[in-house]
Design a protein around this ligand. Structure first.
Ligand SMILES: N[C@@H](CCC(=O)N[C@@H](CS)C(=O)NCC(=O)O)C(=O)O
Length: 109
């Protein structure tokens, strides 16, 4: 949002204190992956609430286009390459998370 030179209010959520599981944050982001996960970031914008970084970035780029600084690439080839990196990171992180969950007792919840 800074790159888009937008005015915004940043509301930090302390994950170590579990603030992302408290009611105040739940009102903003009702997302639950299973019983376990409630994640940041969330963005309250244009009368709606958006979750997940990539859709948030895409939304900002589509609604506030800036030809000099597109967040998601200047053309279809650039966008495909950016999406490929995002996909690799997301897939990698998911596989690590599943591995960690299988090795812990989280699946028993
Ligand atoms: N796919 C999500 C991942 C978000 C994510 O992993 N958030 C972490 C912090 S970086 C989180 O909220 N963790 C809280 C938890 O695991 O309880 C995105 O891209 O926004």
């Amino acid at each position: 949002m800074s790159l888009k030179k937008m005015d915004y209010k940043y509301c930090p959520v302390n994950l170590l204190k579990g603030e992302h599981r408290e009611e105040e944050y739940t009102k903003i982001n009702p997302q639950k992956l299973g019983i376990i996960f409630k994640l940041v970031p969330s963005l309250v914008i244009d009368g709606d609430i958006l979750i997940e970084s990539l859709p948030i970035i895409e939304y900002l780029d589509e609604t506030r286009p800036d030809k000099d600084l597109p967040l998601y690439g200047k053309n279809p080839i650039e966008r495909a390459k950016i999406r490929a990196v995002c996909e690799m990171v997301n897939s990698f992180l998911i596989s690590i998370m599943i591995r960690l969950m299988l090795e812990s007792s989280l699946w028993e919840i």
